[in-house]
Design a protein. Structure first.
Length: 77
């Protein structure tokens, strides 16, 4: 398992711009420079999994999704 590394804001902005030009708008991608490939990671959130298993109500799932989104945004900023 690899550890994520924090990027500076300018680098992140430039990478987003490059990916948008390639019509890649997903928030998680894996870039393999050895193979010259970009892999979009499935973004199944834990709230979707728990809701489908019947553990959360739709409202609880929505609240959890908002919390996860907020945490991810904080990680990227």
């Amino acid at each position: 398992m690899s550890l994520p590394k924090k990027m500076d804001q300018q680098t992140a902005k430039e990478l987003r711009s490059i990916l948008q030009k390639m019509n890649i708008t997903d928030s998680k991608v894996k870039i393999n420079l050895d193979n010259d490939t970009i892999e979009v990671e499935d973004d199944y959130s834990i709230d979707d999994i728990l809701e489908s298993a019947g553990v959360l109500t739709p409202e609880q799932a929505k609240q959890l999704a908002n919390e996860v989104k907020k945490m991810r945004e904080e990680e990227w900023n």
